[in-house]
Design a protein around this ligand. Structure first.
Ligand code: RP5
Ligand code: MG
Ligand code: MG
Length: 274
């Protein structure tokens, strides 16, 4: 059973709104919770934004839930979500806040996450034969929360998710937004095969602090693994867009990452060890 922890309790991101505290056993909608009285919050910062939905009671807003709605994907990677009184309902359950918060879409907000990995090079002298190898991935430091995270981002309307993953990697970890056309075509040549070799490792809900009862993050994560470490070693890391740092991070059991990113990198590690 899916759970969310970061999506519930505390102060809602970029606001002073205190979420209604939901105990673990009251998360599922199927469990009755008469006292449940979450604040309703939609950030004024998203009003009128081209990437955001209108308010749900806007007469011209006729979304088709659980389907591809024009070029907006309103389908969940999980099963169909429920609509209650016109509002899509979080598939995991109560978060302690309703409305849309800072998320643009009602219902699922689709993202993609690139997991770029290599085996850590260790001097033979410090390697014990029995030791399990260390996997490293490229992490960015998020400007909003200061946490280390996968360099993921939102799928643009009509964009293929696999394309989003590579685009976001280049924006956040290579600062492609500030690169010249010449630099970009050079990368394209050098890394074409590498970025074409993504393997899907996860698709579904993300336990993101921005989630609400009526809007939530979902992602598709792809692993781009450099088998001999020679390709990605040549990547020039440079934080860009909303990232304020970028570096190689060892995947260790007590690693702390944004949202559900620890689960995603752990899954990649498990698969690559097989
Ligand atoms: C997370 O938020 C996803 O896993 C993805 O990494 C990220 C997308 O949002 P932004 O980075 O665009 O804020 O839920
Ligand atoms: Mg981005
Ligand atoms: Mg991002």
């Amino acid at each position: 059973i899916l759970q969310h922890v970061k999506a519930r309790c505390g102060i809602y991101p970029r606001s002073t709104i205190q979420k209604f505290a939901v105990p673990d056993d009251k998360v599922p909608w199927t469990v009755e919770y008469k006292e449940y009285n979450p604040p309703n919050y939609t950030s004024p910062s998203i009003h009128g934004k081209p990437w955001a939905d209108p308010d749900i009671d806007e007469p011209n807003f006729k979304p088709t839930w659980n389907s591809i709605d024009g070029n907006v994907n309103r389908k969940s990677h999980m099963s169909n979500y429920t609509i209650a009184n016109g509002y899509p309902m979080n598939p995991v359950g109560r978060t302690g806040i309703c409305g849309r918060g800072v998320l643009g879409r009602w219902g699922p907000n689709h993202a993609a996450d690139p997991v770029v990995t290599r085996w850590k090079k260790q001097a033979e002298s410090d390697m014990k034969i029995t030791e399990t190898p260390i996997l490293q991935f490229i992490a960015i430091k998020r400007g909003d929360t200061g946490e280390w995270a996968l360099p993921g981002g939102m799928v643009d309307p009509g964009e293929k998710v696999a394309v989003t993953a590579v685009r976001e990697f280049q924006e956040e970890a290579m600062n492609s937004l500030a690169a010249t056309e010449e630099e970009k075509s050079e990368w394209k040549q050098k890394f074409k095969n590498f970025f074409n070799g993504g393997v899907e490792v996860y698709s579904g809900y993300v336990d993101d602090p921005r989630n609400t009862d009526n809007a939530w993050m979902e992602t598709v994560a792809y692993n781009f693994h450099d088998h001999d470490g020679t390709t990605v070693g040549a990547l020039k890391l440079n934080a860009g867009d909303d990232a304020v740092g970028v570096r190689w991070v060892d995947i260790t059991p007590n690693i702390k990452l944004y949202a559900s990113h620890k689960d995603i990198v752990s899954e990649v590690y498990k698969r690559l060890l097989q």
